[in-house]
Ligand binder design. Structure first.
Ligand code: UGA
Length: 380
């Protein structure tokens, strides 16, 4: 797993005896004051949130925990779930607390040690104070509230970030049509202190194991609560359209279209700095290109061979130039910095047509254009 600083931290914890691992729940929770639940909450087939794992663990905990043990939900769970925990555990003597995490994959350690805020929600004030105390060493705002508000803060944060991303990708599309430069637009927009510059980088669309799942879950919860969250649905639709727009750009660079042709892809993970390609925009684009009849050869620094999670027929190559051998065009879908270092001359020597669609803005446009490449990007 690629996670900056985690290996060292785990080794240090194990070495000092402060950290240990167990697959036996009973011994792991014996004599503890708190249990932190960091369990998967995937999307169910009907679009709702699948809480089966959480429910299963709660049933087990119900028969194991000593009176007064605090149960802390760190997973992203639909609003109202933490308050249902006593019922799931069959116990009313265990304080429950919602304490959502806001870590990003790849930078989880630094995000944990330097968060923007800590959110703690409980109907039990002592339990909330106890959990807020875990983070005493961190000099950051602590929002202490009720469990439902705490759960909602997590969904609202992710929903807000995806709407920003869909917004900036839409602005990029407008820029393309009107011949305006998205880089300058992002700079000018982000300097407004009311807006800020984070999460304004245009790209092939947003993805990962959290944003798509959490936005779908919020749309579903909103509907159950009697509200059609059309605004968020539009952000999801704009994202799907972004994948289509990338495919259309590749189609346009390959003379005669991509059906029956070979496309080289750089990047499979949902962003750089991780080896995770679950719900990756890169995979969404590749799937669409394959449906359109293209053969795809891909390179990603963290993916050495095709796993079941990747489309059947996708060829994985050992280096970026190899992926381009005999291909009719190249598309860059993840912002790995090493892509900027590749010599465009070496690429054009093996590509059939010197064209590249750089959806992440990683390569030096001038350098590649001087090497004879047609360079397409998002919003430029
Ligand atoms: C996201 C949130 O950022 C975390 O705060 C949250 O804790 C986590 O989900 C979660 O719910 O557990 P993560 O999934 O690691 O974290 O992904 P991000 O780094 O936020 O990136 C998500 C997607 O947005 C990626 O596809 C990335 O390439 C894209 N993105 C991000 C852009 O296209 N442009 C940007 O400017 C920023």
């Amino acid at each position: 797993m690629v996670e900056d600083g985690l290996g060292d931290l785990v080794a240090k914890g194990l070495g000092s005896g402060l950290l240990s691992f167990s697959t036996d729940l009973a011994s792991a929770v014996a004599e503890v004051e708190a249990v932190l639940l960091c369990l998967p909450t995937p999307t169910a087939a009907d679009g709702s949130t699948d809480l089966a794992v959480l429910e299963e663990v709660c049933v087990e905990l119900g028969s194991l925990l000593e009176t007064g043990t605090t149960v802390v939900v760190r997973s992203t769970v639909p609003v109202g779930t933490t308050r249902r925990l006593p019922e799931m555990m069959g116990r009313s003597d265990l304080p429950v607390v919602a304490n959502p995490e806001f870590l990003r994959e790849g930078t989880a350690v630094s995000d944990f040690l330097g968060p923007d805020r800590i959110v703690v929600g409980s109907d039990d004030r002592d339990a909330a104070a106890f959990v807020a105390g875990f983070y005493e060493a961190l000099d950051v705002p602590k929002v202490v509230t009720d469990p439902s508000a705490a759960e909602m803060i997590k969904y609202a944060s992710n929903a807000y970030l995806v709407t920003r991303l869909s917004f900036i990708n839409s602005i990029a599309a407008v820029c393309e049509g009107l011949d305006a430069d998205i880089d300058a637009v992002v700079e000018g927009l982000g300097l407004d202190h009311r807006i800020g510059s984070a999460y304004l980088r245009p790209g092939p669309g947003w993805g990962g194991s959290c944003f798509p799942k959490d936005t779908r879950s919020l749309v579903d919860s909103a509907r159950r609560g009697g509200y059609e969250f059309r605004f968020l649905e539009a952000a999801i639709t704009a994202n799907e359209e972004q994948f289509d727009r990338v495919v259309a750009k590749v189609e346009a660079t390959v003379e005669g279209g991509i059906s029956g042709r070979c496309v080289a892809v750089w990047g499979l993970t949902f962003k750089a700095g991780t080896d995770d390609h679950r719900d990756s925009p890169a995979v969404a684009v590749i799937e669409r290109m394959m449906v359109a009849g293209a053969r795809v050869r891909a390179y990603d620094p963290t993916v050495a061979s095709r796993s079941e999670a990747l489309p059947e027929g996708l060829e994985i190559c050992a280096d970026p130039v190899e992926a381009c051998r005999g291909a009719d065009g190249l598309v860059i879908l993840t912002e790995w910095p090493e892509f900027a270092e590749v010599d465009p001359g070496a690429v054009s020597a093996v590509l059939e047509v010197a064209s590249v669609v750089d959806t992440r803005g990683v390569i030096d446009r001038k350098r590649w254009t001087s090497a004879g490449f047609g360079v397409e990007s998002i919003g430029r």
